[in-house]
Design a protein. Structure first.
Length: 80
């Protein structure tokens, strides 16, 4: 086929950025409209949305601290 970027490898930046923006906008539209990401067939009120699928503030804080500690632990294991 004919390509616009025939002798260039920079074409992925345009298509990659476009794909990323498209997927991100679809997720944001679904999230802001309170759309169910995992709909329940038996009880529509039991569907999983962003609001009821996210964890509490404490759990998210603990996971953030643990994710910051993981590189330190990996570096310690690697140098030991």
């Amino acid at each position: 086929g004919i390509s616009i970027f025939k002798k260039s490898n920079r074409g992925i930046w345009f298509s990659g950025a476009g794909s990323f923006i498209t997927v991100l906008s679809l997720f944001l539209i679904a999230g802001y409209n309170n759309t169910a990401f995992y709909p329940s067939y038996y009880d529509i009120q039991s569907s999983i949305t962003i609001a009821n699928g996210s964890s509490s503030h404490f759990t998210l804080s603990v996971m953030s601290y643990v994710s910051l500690m993981i590189p330190i632990v990996v570096a310690y294991i690697w140098f030991a």
